[in-house]
Design a protein around this ligand. Structure first.
Ligand SMILES: Nc1nc2c(ncn2[C@@H]2O[C@H](COP(=O)(O)OP(=O)(O)OP(=O)(O)O)[C@@H](O)[C@H]2O)c(=O)[nH]1
Ligand SMILES: [Mg+2]
Length: 222
């Protein structure tokens, strides 16, 4: 039996999706809530990474997670089980992205006081980058098996994400993934990007990411 609530999101009917997202961002800033929008291809390791990050940060912040998918509630159930924090599943009714209005519906359904809310966006390197969710920060995860050329092929995703995690570095010996090339491609798209190399599977590098996030959250909330 499902332990988490599932919310079916409605599409925005606002004239300006951008203004709606900016309004949400400002409102969250006033309420001292840091909202992290996490994006990647399907299977790059969003859920695995988030579980590790939440377990490192949950004693310092009141955390909640919104898991967005087209169908199923496995991610929300897994996160709730592995971290114990409040988690809800958002269904997009077939859409491959979330916008500010949909994010707001998720936040309302969370129904509680939080310092740090994480949105795991739909697994896709294209559509989620095209829509502002109202998040305080966007983070993208690129995993080693996907290849070094992804920032070239999906440039908008890397332009919109100031935090980039290169995940699955435990598999480097099996792939011809070139970190120096990928770093150049990312900085060509976004000179402000901060890049970390991690393995969500064995935990390598995740503590450094949690410390970086913690300083961003504290700054946002001050
Ligand atoms: N070897 C290795 N496998 C990993 C790592 N991180 C995640 N995985 C595996 O990759 C698979 C997908 O991980 P998830 O965390 O579910 O990926 P996701 O991005 O949340 O997937 P979707 O929500 O379906 O888009 C699982 O089998 C994980 O165990 C890693 O650092 N190294
Ligand atoms: Mg997932």
């Amino acid at each position: 039996m499902s332990e988490v609530r599932t919310i079916l999101l409605n599409r925005s009917i606002a004239d300006s999706i951008e203004e709606e997202a900016e309004e949400l961002r400002q409102e969250l800033k006033k309420r001292k809530i840091f909202l992290l929008n996490v994006m990647s291809s399907p299977g790059s390791g969003k859920t695995t990474t988030l579980i590790r990050l939440v377990n490192l940060l949950k004693d310092k912040y009141r955390i909640a997670i919104m898991e967005a998918d087209i169908d199923s509630d496995v991610d929300a159930i897994t996160v709730a089980r592995e971290t114990g924090v409040k988690s809800i599943q958002l269904h997009t009714g077939g859409m491959c992205h979330l916008d500010g209005s949909m994010t707001r519906q998720g936040l309302e359904a969370l129904d509680g006081e939080y310092d740090f809310v994480i949105l795991e966006n739909i697994g896709n390197l294209v559509c989620p980058a095209e829509f502002d969710t109202g998040a305080s920060m966007n983070m993208v995860i690129l995993s080693v098996p996907e290849g070094s050329d992804k920032p070239l092929k999906y440039p908008l995703m890397f332009e919109k994400s100031d935090l980039v995690l290169i995940n699955k570095i435990d598999t480097l010996e099996y792939f011809d993934f070139d970190y120096n090339i990928v770093e150049n491609f990312i900085f060509n798209r976004n000179k402000n990007a901060v890049i970390f190399k991690i393995s969500a599977k064995n935990g390598t590098g995740v503590e450094e990411v949690s410390k970086h996030l913690s300083s961003l959250i504290d700054k946002w909330r001050s």
